[in-house]
Design a protein around this ligand. Sequence first.
Ligand code: BEZ
Length: 239
Amino acid sequence: MEMENPQNQIVPMPRIGDKAPVFNAVTTQGNINFPADFSGSWVILFSHPADFTPVCTSEFMTFASMEEKFAKANCKLVGLSVDGLYSHIAWLRTIKEKIEYKGMKNVEVKFPLIEDITMEVAQKYGMMMPGESNTKAVRAVFFIDPKGIIRAIIYYPLSLGRNFEELYRALVAMQTADAFSIATPADWQPGDDVIVPPAGSCGAAKERMEDKTNLKCYDWFFCTKPISKEDIEKTILKK
Ligand code: BEZ
């Protein structure tokens, strides 16, 4: 997929498996050099359409309330919109001082929020979608791993607030897949059975030899095994 940047040059959109495009930016937490400053951690880089808008406010309150939970899974959060720094600061102050929503109040957004008035970063990451809006970034979510590789991308339109429990589930599922060399089935949650490597691969053969007792096969190409929630938490969560 390709898109035009403000200089009318065609630039490719980042894809899963690509290195995260590099940029320097001003944020509410100081300047950042992305993704180098986050090396060794997972990072979720996400965009929102505009400060001082209701869906975005509900999202920031929710995400900020879950920041510690993401940190325990070695994941940092970085927000972006094409607003300026002073708008960001004023909006985050309003959220902390004035908004009480669904039992959340006094919510302090401690993660960096990038100012991107020039839309340089939004363009680089394919967050501008002219069919949806020429002036606002859509709700994009980039999961970037500790080596700076894009591992998942999710886009939502302007009107649709994200499900942050789903973002957490996706993060844990990818970390579990990496740590245990498995895949995760539909609607997987930690503690549910996982899918062993596809039949025919070396990994699958070895797995079947070593662990016949726990293996459940639905057909030759579809086998699962249990991994306990405790084993997953022991492996991926910080103490
Ligand atoms: C919102 O966050 O409420 C919003 C922002 C842009 C367009 C529509 C809704």
